[in-house]
Design a protein around this ligand. Structure first.
Ligand code: GLC
Ligand code: CA
Length: 558
């Protein structure tokens, strides 16, 4: 397999609003990130994925962009950005930008022109349709609840918004739109950025015919996914983007591709495809869906998680590259989701990290994950800031589908705001994130869980992540080895083997608080092994026994 820097890198995702506030307004900003670059260097990451910092009215925290070539006032100036890029590069850290080009803000100059009554060059920049019988063109439900169509009086037409109504979808079938996007991408590349994370890139090409979607039980609206995901021209457009932009620079690219199967992922990111380097799939994140989609309060079975993770490891092997993540700004905290954030907080955070970081693919760490940050148990909808959470509340509670108590439970378990509470830097007021009231409440556990108490403690979660990152740099087998699941049937243990040249790795992870005994193929008992990493001290004593949330990795060399 060809070796590439982006295969060997570990990425750290920053959600700027919640990372570090440098100017006392309770909102994280670019200067705040600059102040923390040494922390990131100490952790050992190679690349920062910077969530959107462009000008935005912030209906969806920057994922609604009104100007792609300027910085959001709250985050600073372009000068600050240039300094961040310069300083990061100086420290050997690359930066990839969040590219949100499926839609813009409704306050973008293109949309302001496009919605005008009289024809102008921007008329076809967005997806406009006539109403049907005085109603929306189709019955589609937006991903953020309610209709995906919004009526515009001036044009007497509806525009499509897969997300919030302030996020109109761009019309990628218009070649002028595509050229404008490539232009702005080249502009960022010329500045020296190192790549792009592409927001909902699997949705840029829409179906040729728009028809009503399937109305699932308990839903008012129809499902739009078949009309907007992996559309007829998506690969053609990405190949064009590759020719026009990506292939001209040394970049790392990762596409957010909701609804992707391994087979389809190979189309987006196959080694011979000339599209993207890798994609994010969400199969493992969708396992705890319930009847009402994501709004649920129950964790999935371990065997299902193992099935999904293993299928991706195996099917992409030698054909395309995996991305590995437990967390991002849209997902609840992993230690609260698949681990135990109470008695076994530290052990389970380390176990989950081991389980993911020993797989093949590029690992992504989301801010705060490296110190074991947890979900936040808000007690009222007013404490939430996220538009998706508020819209869902309106939809499910105000319509009487869920009781407020149950919906709150679901939000506590799944809301995106679990990931968006301020980074916990130390045990001072507001967790050292800011010296004044932040835009969203700090988790009350910051006195126990914070970076300052962990960076110099060799036993901390932070030090454990640091070691995992280091190991990946020292052992090619972690990056390039082939994967094989063992103990398939176990609901307690996630165990797998990696193979590379004359080496093997055996990875054992206990997902429960009970002791378990692993069934390991005989040959692994007989030959000499080395313990690469483990989250208990005396892991070699009884090698096949796992205590509560124990993880250990053995290395074998022929
Ligand atoms: C992606 C982003 C999410 C955003 C949505 C619309 O899923 O990760 O935060 O709300 O796209 O841009
Ligand atoms: Ca600030």
């Amino acid at each position: 397999m060809t070796e590439n820097w982006w295969k060997e890198s570990v990425v750290y995702q920053i959600y700027p609003r919640s990372f570090c506030d440098s100017n006392h307004d309770g909102i994280g900003d670019i200067k705040g990130i600059i102040d923390k670059l040494d922390y990131l260097r100490q952790l050992g990451i190679d690349v920062i994925w910077l969530c959107p910092v462009y000008k935005s009215p912030n209906c969806d925290n920057g994922y609604d962009i009104s100007d792609y070539q300027n910085i959001m006032d709250e985050f600073g100036t372009m000068k600050d950005f240039d300094e961040l890029l310069y300083r990061a590069h100086e420290k050997g850290i690359k930066i990839i930008m969040d590219l949100v080009v499926n839609h813009t803000s409704d306050e973008h100059a293109w949309f302001i022109e496009s919605k005008k009554k009289y024809k102008n060059p921007y008329h076809d920049f967005y997806i406009w349709r006539e109403g049907k019988n005085g109603k929306e063109p189709t019955n589609w439900e937006s991903w953020f609840s309610g209709s995906a169509w919004e009526y515009c009086e001036d044009r007497n037409m509806y525009y499509l918004h897969v997300f919030a109504k302030k996020q109109p979808d761009l019309n990628w079938d218009n070649p002028v739109v595509r050229e404008e996007i490539y232009k702005l991408m080249r502009w960022w590349c010329e500045k020296g950025v190192d790549g792009f994370r592409m927001d909902v890139i699997s949705m840029i090409s829409k179906a040729e015919q728009f028809e009503d979607g399937n109305v699932m039980e308990g839903h008012t609206y129809g499902d739009l996914s078949p009309y907007v995901i992996h559309g007829p021209h998506v690969h053609e457009y990405l190949k064009e983007m590759n020719t026009e932009v990506l292939s001209r620079y040394d970049l790392m690219t990762v596409g957010e591709t909701a609804g992707v199967t391994p087979e389809e992922a190979i189309n987006y990111a196959g080694f011979d495809r000339r599209e993207l380097n890798m994609v994010f799939h969400f199969e493992h994140m969708d396992l705890d869906f319930g009847e009402k989609g994501k709004w649920n309060d129950k964790p999935p079975k371990l065997t299902r998680l193992k099935e999904v993770m293993s299928r991706w490891q195996n099917e992409l092997y030698d054909k395309a590259w995996n991305s590995l993540f437990w967390n991002n700004h849209d997902q609840p905290r992993i230690v609260s989701r698949f681990g135990n954030d109470k008695e076994y907080w530290e052990k389970s955070a380390k176990m989950l990290a081991t389980c993911l970081h020993m797989m093949q693919g590029t690992p992504y760490i989301y801010q705060g994950e490296e110190i074991g940050m947890t979900n936040i148990p808000f007690t009222s909808i007013e404490q939430y800031r996220d538009i998706e959470s508020h819209n869902a509340w309106r939809d499910l509670v105000e319509n009487g589908d869920f009781t407020p108590e149950y919906m709150l439970k679901c939000l506590n378990f799944k809301s995106r705001d679990n990931a968006r509470t301020p980074m916990q830097w130390d045990d001072s007021n507001f967790a050292g994130f800011s010296d004044c009231e932040p835009w969203i409440q700090v988790n009350s556990n910051y006195q126990k869980i914070n970076a300052a108490s962990q960076v110099n403690d060799p036993d901390s979660i932070f030090s454990y992540y640091k070691k995992l990152i280091q190991l990946r740099k020292e052992h090619k087998i972690i990056v390039y080895g082939k994967y094989q699941l063992i103990m398939e049937e176990s609901e307690a243990v996630f165990a797998y083997i990696r193979f590379y040249k004359n080496e093997k790795l055996l990875v054992l992870c206990n997902f429960t608080d009970k002791d378990v005994l692993c069934q390991i193929p005989n040959e692994y008992d007989l030959i000499e092994k080395e313990l690469l990493i483990g989250n208990y001290h005396d892991s070699l004593q009884d090698p096949w026994k796992l205590r509560s949330y124990e993880a250990k990795v053995f290395k074998y060399t022929d």
